[in-house]
Design a protein around this ligand. Structure first.
Ligand code: SF4
Ligand code: SF4
Ligand code: SF4
Length: 504
């Protein structure tokens, strides 16, 4: 087994356990521009002990589930107000009656982000994130869960299979007072894409109500957002659901997911029983019973008044497994995410679908550099920089503390008072708390720097996309100059994935 967590990155589900387990606190979970969090290792603190890799669930084999499968429908009212047949609501009511502490992925009040936390109020139930799932940060509540368990409280944890595996890896022992429920998972959607999607809806304003399994349009296959000033309804083939099911904005690890419905992560597996829900129009859930604890909970669920249950035959279970399998990574996923970051959800979608768009991406670039292309830098002072190419990425390592500038050659001159749009994807490593990345108009060191982007400490060594507009104040510019100041520490570097500049 590898003893560096970096090698695990493609399979990393973001469970966060490695960051807790590291004896030297060398790992920090940080968000990439895609909106997913990954572990970042501080090489100065890491002693290569390998403990992070030993605990990582992403590199462990998954036991194939021997679950017994059932379908479930609560009373008609519960079904109408919940997704599927209301299994989640039934579980939560049972747990609340029992004074069990519940941890679940819950939307923020503005519905723009999802976080795992303790369910406190009745309102929280309506804020639980259902399918399609927007990635949460389940690991944030692991220490609290452990404390509650050690305090002999009963705990119910609800999450995706990989989040449940993360909880198990964190706790490192079995607790009789813990019930783990994993949701059937078709992939974790990017939190930033969700935010962009909601903000791009017509009439966007404060959300009054979000219904991720609306029964009113297409049973369980539509979502409804009620804004304060207008209503928005997404139907079956709408932007979010269609592209979620295509896998356009999922976490990379999801495309090779080893859990889905095949791994027995939780005591129970729950989900919407789509084929039956659709025909019935009222909604059905399915339940996989994976353990003895799961079995006694299932007994209690069946005793709730007015519920209907029946076993699911093996061939129908196989169909369900296929339904929840994650598609291959779409070729245009990366392009979509980048465009979504720089131009928002609607324009990104139009562009990748080949529709006429107003993103300007069809316009000619004045500079269009991608890592792996021949190095375009006209002036790359070897006293200041050492160039390295690694994994098709261009790293410029600082050779000293001289003023660090890079001149980018443009294929035309820039006109005064004309607006230009710039986009850069880059990452930097520096000890400075705040780095200033600037564009300057002239090649002289004392030139003015009309644009300035401050890179904060938490963005250290993570990919970020910087975009904006720029209007030159002089007539002719031979180069764009990229300058970074406060660029300090051991082996500081600046690494580019792409840089684009175009006329607006
Ligand atoms: S190898 Fe050891 S010291 Fe280094 S990050 Fe992993 S757990 Fe921490
Ligand atoms: S899956 Fe979890 S333990 Fe493994 S690298 Fe990712 S965050 Fe760390
Ligand atoms: S598809 Fe797999 S890896 Fe992705 S969130 Fe779901 S369980 Fe985790």
């Amino acid at each position: 087994m590898s003893n560096t967590i970096i090698s695990i990155k493609p399979a990393c589900t973001g469970c966060g356990v490695c960051s807790y387990i590291c004896p030297n606190s060398a790992i920090e979970m940080k968000s990439t521009f895609e909106g997913f969090s990954y572990p970042y290792v501080d090489p100065d603190k890491c002693v290569m002990c390998g403990k992070c890799c030993e605990v990582c669930p992403a590199v462990k084999d998954v036991e194939q589930s021997e679950a017994k499968w059932y379908c479930f429908a609560a009373d008609d009212h519960t079904r109408w107000i919940s997704a599927g047949g209301g299994i989640l609501n039934a579980l939560i009511s049972l747990a609340r009656d029992d004074e069990t502490v519940i941890y679940a992925p819950i939307f923020s009040k503005d519905h723009l982000s999802v976080k795992h936390r303790k369910l406190e109020t009745a309102d929280d139930v309506s804020l639980i994130c259902g399918v399609p799932y927007v990635q949460s940060n389940a690991h944030a509540c692991f220490p609290e869960i452990k404390e509650a368990l050690e305090d002999n409280k009963n705990v119910l944890f609800i999450g995706t299979p990989c989040e449940v595996e993360g909880a198990k890896a964190y706790l490192q022992k079995e607790y009789d007072n813990l019930i783990l429920v994993n949701t059937a998972c078709g992939g974790a959607a990017s939190p930033f894409v969700w935010e962009e999607f909601v903000k791009s809806r017509e009439g966007y304003s404060k959300i009054k109500r979000l219904d991720l399994g609306s029964k009113e349009l297409y049973c369980d296959e539509s979502i409804r957002i009620n804004f304060e000033n207008a209503a928005y309804q997404e139907v079956k083939s709408g932007d979010w659901l269609t592209n979620y099911h295509k896998g356009l904005f999922l976490r990379k690890a999801c495309y090779g997911c080893k859990y889905n419905l095949c791994g027995s992560s939780g005591d129970l597996t729950i989900g919407i029983y789509y084929p039956v829900s659709k025909n019935d129009g009222k909604g059905w859930s399915f339940v996989g019973v994976n353990s003895e604890k799961g079995s006694s909970l299932w007994e209690k669920l069946q005793q709730i008044p007015n519920v209907t249950t029946s076993p699911i035959p093996p061939d129908a279970v196989e169909k369900l497994k296929k339904y929840f399998s994650v598609p291959n990574m779409p070729e245009d996923r990366q392009k979509f995410l980048e465009l979504c970051y720089t131009h928002g959800f609607n324009k990104a979608l139009k562009t990748i679908n080949g529709k006429p768009d107003d993103t300007g991406f069809t316009k000619k670039y004045i500079l269009d550099y991608h890592a792996g292309d021949p190095l375009p830098w006209k002036i790359l002072d070897p006293v200041v920089w050492t160039k390295r190419e690694f994994d098709s990425e261009l790293y410029l390592l600082s050779n000293g503390d001289k003023w660090k500038r890079i001149f980018l050659p443009l294929n035309c001159t820039l006109k005064m008072s004309t607006q230009y749009h710039y986009n850069l994807k880059l990452k930097m490593k520096t000890d400075a708390q705040e780095v200033r990345l600037m564009f300057a108009e002239k090649a002289e060191a004392d030139s003015v720097c009309p644009l300035l982007h401050k890179i904060r400490a938490y963005q250290n060594d993570t990919w970020m996309i910087i975009s904006g507009t720029y209007i030159p104040t002089t007539d002719i510019l031979k180069y764009f100059m990229l300058t970074s100041t406060d660029f300090t520490g051991k082996d500081p570097y600046i690494c580019f994935d792409w840089i684009r500049i175009r006329e607006e």
